[in-house]
Design a protein around this ligand. Structure first.
Ligand SMILES: C[S@@+](CC[C@H](N)C(=O)[O-])C[C@H]1O[C@@H](n2cnc3c(N)ncnc32)[C@H](O)[C@@H]1O
Length: 246
């Protein structure tokens, strides 16, 4: 395996799969360290925006170790978490099993986790009231295709919510933030996962991803209603929101 995880074109998916297989066991810990725990707040915001109602069906794409899918299920949505990485799904399923165990304090519903490709979602159109993706779009060979698939499987009136690394508009802040991604994040990866290049990938992939403004543009192109960009930490992170027209 070469020591860089970013590859353009056809090799992209295989490289991304290798990457997440490598870091799956340490993924949650490193997420906390590199974001100072803030990713938990941002994911809560995603779940609030999803406005779960009784009987809603939710799909969380690129679900990884399951943070967003678990939260949607606990709010009462009949939730599916989809990811193509077996190793990430193993962690998600273990977390879910722990919540279901008789000794757990929470006896709330848990998601169904399935293996699949976010660019070819294995569900018919108009299937879900809520379709989310957290830190997934940037990893796809085609983020546009991913968004089109989210749109396809959303029901009319369904909420589509995307959480992803962003590109701050302020040049100085962008420089500081990119320096954090270039220096401290790979260092944390090296120290806690023995792998700096897996975490250098974040900046590499972000450079090739047009971020929040392009996602909003694409959402408008898909004729989503109420399209919003919510910038977090001055645009270093962003949530894109839209609703499929009824
Ligand atoms: C950075 S993790 C995000 C995990 C989780 N959503 C979170 O916010 O913590 C990205 C996830 O996307 C998954 N992924 C990447 N490309 C994918 C694809 N084409 N189809 C499904 N999952 C994919 C990876 O396996 C990985 O688990």
């Amino acid at each position: 395996m070469s020591n860089t995880f970013y590859a353009p074109g056809e090799q992209r998916a295989a490289k991304v799969n290798d990457l997440f297989a490598t870091i799956a066991r340490r993924y949650d810990l490193i997420n906390d360290l590199q974001s100072f725990g803030l990713h938990r707040l941002w994911k809560r915001r995603v779940v609030r925006l999803a406005k779960v109602q009784n009987g809603n069906r939710a799909l969380d794409l690129c679900c990884g170790t399951g943070d967003i899918a678990l939260a949607l299920a606990q709010r009462g949505a009949e939730t599916t978490g989809l990811d193509f990485s077996e190793k990430m799904l193993e962690v998600a399923k273990t977390r879910s099993e722990k919540l279901k165990s008789p000794t757990s304090n929470s006896q709330l519903p848990t998601p169904n986790f399935i293996q699949g490709d976010a660019q070819q979602i294995p569900f018919p159109e108009n299937s879900f009231d809520i379709v989310t993706v957290g830190y997934g779009l940037r990893n796809l060979t085609s983020w546009e295709k991913g968004l089109e698939e989210m749109f396809r499987v959303a029901k009319p009136g369904g909420r589509i919510v995307v959480l992803e690394f962003g590109k701050p508009a302020n040049a100085l802040w962008r420089k500081i933030y990119f320096t954090h991604l270039k220096c401290s994040v790979p260092l944390i990866g090296l120290l806690f996962c023995g792998n700096a290049s897996a975490y250098a990938y974040i900046l590499e992939s972000l450079k090739h991803y047009p971020a929040q403004l392009a996602v909003a543009e694409k959402m408008r192109g898909l004729k989503l209603a109420n399209v919003r960009v919510i910038n977090l930490l001055g645009g270093a992170m962003a949530i894109n929101y839209g609703e499929k027209l009824k």
